[in-house]
Design a protein around this ligand. Structure first.
Ligand code: HEM
Length: 501
């Protein structure tokens, strides 16, 4: 009897292994080519610490469109400006693939934006966020003022930090700036917080950092590679992700409840008030979109989607400036010319400041923080470049390959604002620049980091010379790899400028 059970179990195990091996290696008919991979594991693991570089190596062998596999999914990777655009703007490549950890946090009920299927509800959420972040006329709070105020307070912090002229790390205070800006826009967060508010804010930051740590853990990805395994086993990092996600949900619900007590539909103070207006508009509807659960999911998406990319972009900016004193000099010259000594900066000034505009775009290009974008899934069978790609296939976008493509840039491999300047020193945009994806699922937050980076550059250069740790230290501008590229931690010196103009 025991022997029969053992034989049956071994049989089931062998059957399962054969099934997983088959799924992890066999491609659909007329699918883009790709490496064979290893039975069960497939070939996705070939993308390592710098997935964008590994993708480019594979593209040299298989072409700019090629495929990778796991037992759970078929992946198609695209490299180069033309292919990235063709697929990002394809009308049938508009879903996001399921990520088990998101599904678990969101209890299989993907509302909000990022994990949502393309639908009318998604469009309404995207339109809402878009109007919160860009429609400054309609709202009672002004995002540009918030951005300006938070960056001014960061400059004051820098002044204190560098008073003794000792080199320091700047990434933590930059991260705090990003979170405080988000909290001001979303929840109307005040600088004069009570102890309880401070505690809750710190807890929120800890939860966001735990989410980030979970993403970087190798085991975290296993349940996305082996179908169904999350039903019986979860890595510890996934458990941490879930508990941090729940903490964020709670923070958001508390904010919504608090706001209800003092909400005036005529005078929205922040995003939560605007959301309450939407809930109010829909109160007679049987199936409203702007519900409390949707609010939790939406806030989760915009907190998680934005904070790391935004903070790392500013972190890279400081490093690039430290490594390129000549860029600092040109920025300073333009700032003095256009804004005057101690001139106040507004986001719209960017149109009058060609070199600063070019430097900001060059930072987005060279940093390429979202080097491989965010995955998408096909909603139907599609044909791309003659290949048949079935419904449910996951696409990966090598945005970095477009940002560094030899024939698209004057100086693709180096940090050089000339990439965005014509021969007369006028700003020229370049449609190969690809930090924020494109098409119907492009980044809804893009306008915020653009404005932040511009104001940050102006204020930083107005006040400081940015220098490496010592005069002999070489600044290391190489990113730390991963799903999102981050700057390597290193000490810098920020020296107050003499009022020499
Ligand atoms: C430098 C900063 C940022 C970078 C580089 C970045 C990059 C991206 C990229 C590449 C995508 C995928 C787009 C696509 O599939 O076409 C995306 C999506 C998204 N981003 Fe950003 N992002 C940044 C800041 C933000 C901010 C500040 C927010 C929130 C206010 C945000 C919220 C989102 C959301 C919600 C999505 C999902 C959109 C959808 O699925 O429809 N991002 N972002």
């Amino acid at each position: 009897m025991v022997l029969t059970i053992i034989i049956a179990l071994v049989g089931v195990l062998i059957g399962l292994l054969v099934y997983l091996s088959h799924r992890s290696m066999v491609r659909p008919a007329n699918f883009p080519p790709g490496p064979l991979g290893i039975p069960i594991l497939g070939s996705l693991h070939l993308l390592k610490e710098y997935p964008e570089r590994d993708m480019l190596k594979l593209a040299k062998k298989y072409g700019n469109i090629f495929s990778l596999k796991t037992a759970a999914k078929n992946y198609v990777c695209v490299c180069g400006t033309d292919l990235n655009k063709e697929v990002l703007y394809h009308k049938d490549v508009i879903n996001r693939p399921d990520l088990y950890a998101f599904l678990i946090v969101k209890r299989n009920d993907s509302k909000g934006i990022t994990a949502r299927r393309y639908s009318n509800e998604l469009i309404l959420n995207r339109e809402f966020m878009h109007s919160v972040l860009t429609d400054v006329q309609k709202v009672d709070f002004n995002i540009d003022e918030i951005v300006e105020k938070e960056i001014t307070s960061l400059m004051d912090k820098f002044e204190n930090m560098f008073e003794s002229c000792e080199p320091e790390y700047v990434s933590d205070v930059i991260l705090a700036l990003i979170i405080d800006t988000f909290l001001s826009i979303y929840f109307g967060h005040k600088t004069d917080k009570t102890i309880e508010e401070k505690y809750k804010r710190d807890e929120l930051i800890q939860n966001l950092l735990s989410l980030r740590a979970a993403f970087e853990d190798v085991y975290y990805k296993i349940p996305d590679l082996i179908p169904g395994i999350h039903k019986v086993w979860l890595p510890n990092s996934a458990k941490k992700f879930i508990s941090a996600g729940e903490g964020i949900f709670k923070y958001c619900t508390d904010q919504l409840e608090d706001h209800k007590n003092s909400w005036d539909p005529e005078k929205p103070r922040d995003m939560v008030d605007l959301y309450l207006n939407k809930m109010n508009e829909e109160k007679e509807l049987q199936d409203p979109v702007f519900t409390k659960v949707n609010f939790q999911h939406l806030l989760f998406d915009i907190l998680l989607g934005g904070f790391e990319n935004s903070a790392h972009t500013l972190g890279f900016a400081v490093l690039y400036l430290a490594a390129h004193p000549s860029v600092q000099s040109r920025l300073h010259k333009e700032i003095i010319q256009v804004l005057g000594p101690n001139g106040k900066v507004q986001c719209d000034d960017i149109t009058r400041m060609d070199f600063t505009n070019a430097t900001a775009c060059e930072i987005f290009r060279f940093a390429s923080t979202a080097a491989v974008g965010v995955t998408r899934e096909t909603i139907k069978d599609v044909t791309i470049r003659g290949y048949s790609i079935p419904k449910g296939t996951t696409f990966m976008f090598n945005q970095w390959s477009s940002n560094t493509q030899d024939d698209r840039w004057k100086n693709p491999k180096h940090f050089d604002p000339e990439n965005f300047l014509d021969e007369n020193g006028k700003f020229v945009s370049n449609n190969a620049l690809m930090p924020f994806g494109g098409g119907l699922r492009s980044c809804i937050g893009a306008s915020l980091p653009k404005r932040q980076l511009f104001v940050f550059l102006v204020k930083l250069i107005q006040k400081f010379h940015i220098k490496p740790e010592t005069d002999d230290t070489k600044v290391d501008c190489e990113p730390i790899g991963g799903f999102i590229h981050s700057p390597k931690p290193q000490k810098l010196r920020l020296q107050l400028r003499e009022i020499d103009y």
